[in-house]
Ligand binder design. Structure first.
Ligand SMILES: [Zn+2]
Length: 56
């Protein structure tokens, strides 16, 4: 009944061990993409918490 899950990155059938991804490689890649976006969002050093730390 359950539809076979597919890896969101490469569309291969997902593996149970790495669901929803097909492999550790795609799992890592997705994590890196996610981290990359997080860094991109907090990239501009305009008003980062770090500047507050600098003042103390
Ligand atoms: Zn994959």
């Amino acid at each position: 009944m359950s539809a076979p899950a597919k890896c969101p990155l490469c569309r291969k059938p997902a593996s149970d061990a790495h669901a929803p991804f097909c492999s550790a490689g795609c799992q890592d890649r997705d994590l890196l993409n996610w981290l990359g976006e997080a860094y991109a969002v907090s990239g501009p050093p305009a008003d980062e918490p770090e500047s507050l730390l600098d003042k103390r």
